[in-house]
Design a protein around this ligand. Sequence first.
Ligand code: C2E
Ligand code: MG
Ligand code: MG
Ligand code: MG
Length: 288
Amino acid sequence: LRDARTEHVAVARDVAGDSAAIDRAELGRDLTRAIENEELFLQYQPKVHLRRQEITSVEALVRWTHPTRGLVLPSDFIPIAEESRDIVALTLWTIRRSIQDQKILAEQGHDLRIFINIAGVLLADERFVRRACALVENSGAQLGFEITETSVIRDPESAIANLKVFAAIGIVIAIDDYGAGLSSLAYLKQLPARELKIDKLFVTQLTSSNRDPLIVRSTIDLAHALEMEVVAEGVETQAAMALLSVMGCDMIQGFLISRPINIDALIHFLDEGKHLAIAANARAPLNR
Ligand code: C2E
Ligand code: MG
Ligand code: MG
Ligand code: MG
């Protein structure tokens, strides 16, 4: 009986594996078309500067309205796009749209830098680097690129050289998901990065865990020693924000402030100054 059950489970897994593979292939084909058909759109998630109590930048996060599947999130299609090379067209589209949206925001009186996530494979792609630079240089837009250390480790020499090219034309480099991947202090030292984003893995349970606050505090000190500003991602509670503020964290990002939202909602959010009230609370525990 036990054998039969094991076999049944194995068969079920095979079937699931097959359908997952078919799914991926289908999504991959659909994606190539989706980029041309304008099925992709961007949502923006603000980063709040705690001491200045203002929003100085937002992160662009790509979404896909699939004609039959509905909303598809990046974790389901970015890995496919990286394999198929569609990541190049997707990222150039993201840069172009961010440049347009930054102009719209500026016209509304909101001068914000827009940060774009850049996949690791692109850091070694000279053609992508040239095309991205041409777009940004001609626009005069204020952009930032978020990259992970894991993506630098693949081909450190060209990645670091290309990041310096981006930094030289005014693109602010941020290290994303710090601590969650392959972190190397040797690369951290060499990267022309101005921001370090602590992965939400260490932030979402900040006030209920024993070790996370120690890791976060020492990461903040390390980044400051290297003259980088620190962003905590995944801030969901007032308590986490208050603790981060005491620890000297420069910026926070997370559902507490705002989920990723469309440009219209972002303009509304900024006009209302909702973040001011929230960020003011970060100091409340100190003032008492
Ligand atoms: P990321 O760059 O680390 O983005 C942060 C992710 O955490 C986002 O998920 C965001 O919605 C989510 N998040 C934000 N605040 C909170 C919070 O308080 N709690 C929790 N639990 N989650 C929070 P999303 O939008 O699904 O994006 C996932 C990943 O996909 C991103 O991670 C990024 O690596 C990648 N991605 C998104 N857009 C692009 C893109 O245009 N190009 C590339 N190459 N990758 C992208
Ligand atoms: Mg990011
Ligand atoms: Mg991140
Ligand atoms: Mg992440």
